[in-house]
Design a protein around this ligand. Structure first.
Ligand code: DGL
Length: 267
């Protein structure tokens, strides 16, 4: 039993899809979310830079809030920094790659599956490696979606421009004839309408937010860290503009973000 908060972070709004799944599953937990909006997107950045940002955020969450667990609600940061974070901190850490791969494999209805993610996630080979280990019989088509994250961060979830980009970038997924597609970036569930418009109804879109929340719950129980209260709190912090975060956050999730505060980072 431990009443300390769970710390969750992403480059911007994407990780809020994971926050929502954790809050649904464990409503008694206090959740602290850090969105690094000042430095998004992480996807095109080199590994060293994403690693440095991730460690800086984990230090902040631990030192300022004494979090009992860290959830790396970003596939790019999970691909580049999870091993180092696990090694460096004594609190349990949950990343996106393993829960993502697991959800995809369990949803597969044919031997062809797909993963879309940022340039960093796809080029790191993290999903290819994980899927090769847990489901070597499945054929995996991976594709990077540069530009998708920027649409979400602007709160632009449906537009002609987005559709044109999606039609171009999703071509390899259509050619791969996949039955299930993992949205391997926490921002992408916000674009599900556009993605499914391009791919059609025969492709099942998988978000790993729920599976990640199950991993969080399992670890909290395993380490005897679950909170005993019935209603927890939520606090969001952004490195970007607070008013902008409130406005876009409300557009994306329909939630009241009036309590968002700011934490400055070096760019
Ligand atoms: N939402 C993140 C991910 O899951 C990062 C997106 C970005 O900043 O490029 O990869």
């Amino acid at each position: 039993m431990d009443e300390r908060p769970v710390g969750i972070f992403d480059s911007g709004f994407g990780g809020l899809t994971v926050v929502k799944a954790i809050a649904d599953l464990m409503p008694g937990e206090d959740l602290i979310y850090f969105g690094d909006s000042a430095r998004y997107p992480y996807g095109p950045k080199p590994r060293e830079e994403v690693l440095a940002f991730s460690l800086e955020i984990c230090d902040y969450l631990i030192n300022a809030f004494d979090v009992k667990m860290i959830v790396v609600a970003c596939n790019t940061a999970s691909a580049f920094a999870l091993d180092t974070i696990v090694e460096k901190y004594s609190v349990p850490v949950v990343g996106m790659i393993e829960p993502g791969a697991r959800s995809l494999v369990s949803a597969a209805t044919t031997d062809r599956i797909g993963v879309i993610g940022t340039v960093g996630t796809i080029s790191s080979g993290a999903y290819q490696e994980m899927l090769g280990a847990i489901a070597p019989h499945l054929e995996v088509t991976c594709a990077a979606m540069p530009g998708f994250v920027e649409f979400v961060e602007r709160g632009e979830l449906e537009s002609d421009q987005l559709l044109v980009l999606a039609e171009r970038l999703l071509r390899p997924i259509l050619d791969g004839n996949v039955s299930s597609l993992l949205l391997g970036c926490t921002h992408y569930p916000f674009l599900a309408r556009t993605i499914s418009k391009v791919l059609g109804e025969s492709v099942t879109l998988i978000s790993s937010a729920e599976e990640t929340a199950f991993s969080v719950r399992q670890l909290l129980f395993d380490f005897n860290l679950a909170a005993m209260r019935s209603v927890g709190s939520f606090r969001a912090i952004t490195s970007g503009d607070v008013d902008e975060f409130r406005r876009i956050g409300r557009t994306l999730l329909g939630l009241d973000f009036s309590t968002v505060t700011s934490h400055r980072v070096d760019r």
